[in-house]
Design a protein around this ligand. Structure first.
Ligand SMILES: [Zn+2]
Length: 207
């Protein structure tokens, strides 16, 4: 389908057919609904195949920290009923953001490691206690640890390279991180439609 035809179809089908809304500068994603075929970061229509994005809380799943987590979530007005999974279309550049970050982290960590290995190889270990750490050695230690963190974040929480959850409400999630042009193109979320299940039912009924 051409971009124009796709856009026309989206326009024709109207706002209620798409599971994405804007709400005070945040993107609202509703699970089980089709998403606009545009990149949520740069609004490009030149998108590749959809990516399954899972928005989740980072709290532990069991025990006392979960109890504290869920009490805190209620205070914030959340109704967390589990991870929200949506299929989003990204442009080529933003599709691979997580991979780029992993590569940057890997290069940082390896260069830090390389310099430390060099320092170790030229240090007389018997007198090592008398030598203070050079700035280059400290910098390479920071690069090693920092690079490892940069590498691990996209692996541990892949969705975090694009979005930060702001609020969960049943099968919908409010996130920050979407581009302004993309948000402007979306319908505003109506407070009276706050039950995402109703929207999914409506979508399935009207289809
Ligand atoms: Zn993009």
């Amino acid at each position: 389908m051409s971009k124009k035809a796709r856009r026309d179809r989206e326009d024709r089908e109207g706002a209620e057919r798409v599971g994405a809304y804007r709400d005070a500068g945040r993107l609202v994603l509703v699970e089980g609904m089709p998403m606009p075929q545009r990149c949520p970061i740069c609004n490009s229509e030149d998108v590749v195949e959809p990516v399954a994005v899972v928005l989740d809380t980072q709290r532990k799943k069991a025990g006392i920290s979960a109890a504290i987590g869920s009490a805190f979530e209620k205070l914030k007005g959340w109704k967390y009923t589990g991870p929200v999974a949506v299929e989003l279309y990204f442009c080529k550049t933003h599709r691979w953001r997580g991979l780029y970050r992993c590569l940057i982290g890997l290069v940082m960590a390896l260069s830090g490691l390389g310099y430390l290995a060099y320092v170790l190889s030229v240090t007389d270990l018997r007198n090592a206690g008398n030598q203070s750490l050079s700035i280059a050695t400290i910098a390479s230690l920071i690069a090693l640890i920092g690079g490892f963190v940069v590498l691990m974040i996209p692996l541990y929480d892949p969705a975090s390279v694009w979005f930060k959850p702001y609020k969960f409400w049943d099968r919908a999630v409010w996130v920050t991180g979407a581009g302004t042009a993309f948000l402007r193109s979306l319908p505003a979320y109506q407070a009276e439609e706050r039950d995402p299940r109703e929207e999914i039912r409506k979508y399935l009924r009207d289809r």
